[in-house]
Design a protein around this ligand. Structure first.
Ligand code: GDP
Ligand code: MN
Length: 387
């Protein structure tokens, strides 16, 4: 779950990471009130979960209430890369001497935490990585050992931060690492981490992505769930307890188990299709679950074919087939459905489907054949629509 900047900064503050004083505003008047409270110059910042807000005109400095009013009214409602700005963060503006970058994330390949620091902050870090990889100092941290002060210092020195920033940056790195580990984040990133002309170091931006698997021990994350940026499909799926991620393709996907769902996405890509979503229905595939899953996929107007990929284990193929047939009696589905059932009681499952097969309900014995058929249907109807 990704946090907005203002939530990320509140999260940082819990771990003692210095941030500028500020407040959220959903209206122009609230923005002015927050600016009056924190003092001028103030900075008015669009709250959307996408990078490059500065370049898009979503971050503006204001030296008085009139300027706050102008910027706030321009930024509220602004579309930044498809994200409409509904909320602002107004904070006391900082003087900037230098802009740095700092982050911690998980390096799955290395089975370690990865810390990165750069003296080239305030710009797109992917771009820095591409143009000048040596400008990013990296360290792998064994999660069992944690990050020591001397390692943090080495990271800062390797990144060639200015000497005045050294102590402040080390202190923030140690706190940021604690925020990453104890805060159960997948990613914590400060870009820019700034050095002010009077020698203070603090976080001017915050990107925090929380690890959903740790949600059970963070009741306080409920407030982040409430503001989460979900599209309509994701909201519906969440309300029905489904693991769903919306994508932009034309083949709707339903699979049981996250691993199988991922492989299904891969296979669809491999045979020249583009997945419309990731949807894992988990262990139970009864009629209700199946109807819910189909209903969620049906709300996506880009879907031209639906691929249901089930590998029966504890879930039995005949149960799944019955679930699909019953679900189709309950909800009207626009796109043709291709089903592959394998594993426990697969033969019985296919037998049940046989009686209902048509050009809108097709059963295929293998994942590859089913993927090819679904993609062919999707691509055919996509090109018809275009023509
Ligand atoms: P992003 O573009 O979405 O990453 O938004 P940031 O919060 O990182 O802000 C982008 C840029 O705006 C920063 O790199 C700074 O150069 C500038 N900026 C943000 N806050 C302040 C501030 O308080 N004072 C000044 N002078 N510039 C700021
Ligand atoms: Mn930034």
């Amino acid at each position: 779950m990704d946090l907005f900047e203002y939530q990320g900064k509140q999260y940082f503050a819990r771990f003692g990471i210095p941030v500028s004083p500020g407040g959220v505003a959903d209206t122009v008047d609230e923005a002015v009130a927050e600016a009056e409270r924190v003092g001028y110059p103030a900075v008015v910042k669009a709250q959307v979960q996408v990078g490059g807000r500065g370049k898009a005109g979503g971050i503006k400095l204001a030296s008085n209430a009139d300027e706050v009013r102008t910027h706030a009214s321009n930024i509220l409602g602004m579309d930044i890369k498809g994200h409409v700005v509904r909320r602002l963060w107004v904070e006391r503006a900082s003087d900037i001497a230098r802009e740095y970058y700092a982050s911690f994330t998980l390096d799955r390949g290395a089975r370690k935490h990865l810390g990165m620091v750069s003296s080239r902050g305030g710009v797109d870090i992917e771009q820095v990585a591409a143009e000048d990889p040596d400008a990013i100092a990296r360290i792998h941290i064994d999660p069992v050992d944690g990050l020591s002060e001397s390692e943090a210092l080495r990271l800062v020195d390797e990144a060639k931060l200015d000497p005045q920033a050294r102590a402040g940056a080390v202190d923030i790195l140690e706190k940021l690492y604690r925020c990453f580990v104890e805060g159960d984040a997948d990613l914590v990133e400060i870009n820019p981490l700034v050095l002010t002309p009077d020698g203070r170091v603090h976080a001017l931006d915050a990107k925090v992505s929380l690890d959903n698997n740790a949600e059970f021990r963070h009741p306080e994350w409920g407030e982040y769930r409430a503001t989460e940026e979900l599209d309509e499909r994701e909201r519906l799926a969440r309300s029905k307890g489904l693991q769903y991620i919306g994508l932009s393709g034309s083949v709707g996907i339903i699979a049981n188990g996250a691993g199988l769902a991922m492989s299904t996405l891969d296979v669809v890509n491999q045979v020249g299709g583009s997945p419309a979503n990731f949807l894992d229905i988990g262990g139970g595939a009864d009629a209700t679950v199946m109807a819910n899953a189909l209903e969620v996929i049906n709300t996506d107007p880009n879907v031209r074919a639906i691929f249901i990929n089930i590998f029966g284990g504890i879930t039995r193929g005949d149960e799944v087939a019955n679930g699909i047939v019953q679900a189709l009696g309950r909800v009207h589905i626009d796109a043709p459905i291709v089903i592959r059932i394998d594993g426990t009681n697969a033969a019985q499952g296919r037998e049940i489907l046989k009686a209902h097969e048509s050009d809108r309900l097709i059963s295929k014995p293998t994942m590859l054949e089913a993927a090819r058929t679904a993609v062919e249907i999707a691509n055919r109807s996509t090109s018809t629509v275009r023509a």
